[in-house]
Design a protein. Structure first.
Length: 275
């Protein structure tokens, strides 16, 4: 796992970002925060934000008309736009260009076919905490050199941790766990607030308690060297209130069983979309 994102001030090539929506914009923000010169970035985005448009004054190439060979092309469009977006960037890809895709469900085989060339490919799955630099991305490669993988790691680490896998088939389960996972956590906060209100708390207080409890517990898990099970046990006194609640949550049809079913459903759907 990547611990701290590498400095990008020494990067001397050109990065082309195709799609600068929420995730693409988060990557761009992370690159600039790590010292990447805006003049070394080209952005293809038909509806750029005011912030991205303003970067053109600092040298960023916004929707360049002429074909430019890029050292790295990062494709961050929605999967349904892939059939149009991916072939369009083939003219920007040279023999040594690295292509990184963060499109959900679009396989390495799809990318190779859409580009029409045996390019160096990275398929990556980030998640939404990337927006605050606390995401995690899982990536898999094809035809990638050690130097190109290092570059991909540096670019992806701008939004958080990075894990590398060798088997692309695992990406469906990755999507189900970390890609969709933030929604599960937000649902936990939502349901906890509803339960607090049902127990008699004022709605605003229940929502604030749930939000801060989920956020604080996540930060504790992030910072602590202890695993989740040990942290849970540390909160639980024998015969106490937490133990009473966990007897329900950890029962036969409790949270673990629900998450098994939820992740299995998301994994199956990811496979359907990829095919």
């Amino acid at each position: 796992m990547t611990g701290t994102a590498a400095d990008l001030r020494d990067f001397s090539g050109l990065v082309m970002l195709v799609g600068a929506g929420k995730m693409g914009g988060a990557l761009l923000e992370g690159w600039l925060r790590l010292g990447l010169d805006p003049a070394k970035v080209a952005v293809i985005e038909p509806n750029p934000s005011a912030q991205i448009s303003a970067l053109a004054a600092r040298g960023l190439r916004l929707n360049p008309g002429a074909a430019s060979r890029a050292d790295a092309v990062v494709i961050a469009v929605k999967p349904q736009a892939a059939e149009q977006a991916v072939p369009a960037v083939a003219r920007n890809i040279g023999a040594a260009t690295l292509v990184v895709s963060i499109m959900d469900g679009r396989t390495l085989q799809f990318l190779s076919g859409a580009l029409g060339t045996a390019a160096a490919l990275v398929r990556a799955m980030p998640n939404t905490p990337a927006a605050i630099g606390r995401g995690i991305t899982v990536a898999v490669t094809r035809n990638v050199s050690a130097a190109q993988r290092d570059l991909a790691d540096r670019l992806l680490a701008a939004t958080g941790a990075v894990e590398w896998i060798d088997d692309e088939a695992l990406m469906d389960a990755v999507t189900a766990v970390s890609g969709s996972g933030p929604a599960y956590v937000f649902l936990l906060a939502e349901a906890l607030a509803q339960a607090g209100a049902a127990a008699g708390l004022p709605r605003h207080l229940a929502e604030n308690l749930a939000r801060e409890t989920v956020a604080g517990s996540g930060e504790l898990l992030h910072r602590s060297p202890l695993d989740a099970a040990t942290l849970r046990e540390n909160v639980t006194s024998p015969g106490g209130t937490t133990a009473a609640a966990l007897a329900v949550l950890m029962g036969e049809n409790g949270l673990a069983a629900l998450l098994d079913r939820a992740v299995a459903a998301a994994t199956a759907r990811s496979r359907e979309l990829a095919s």
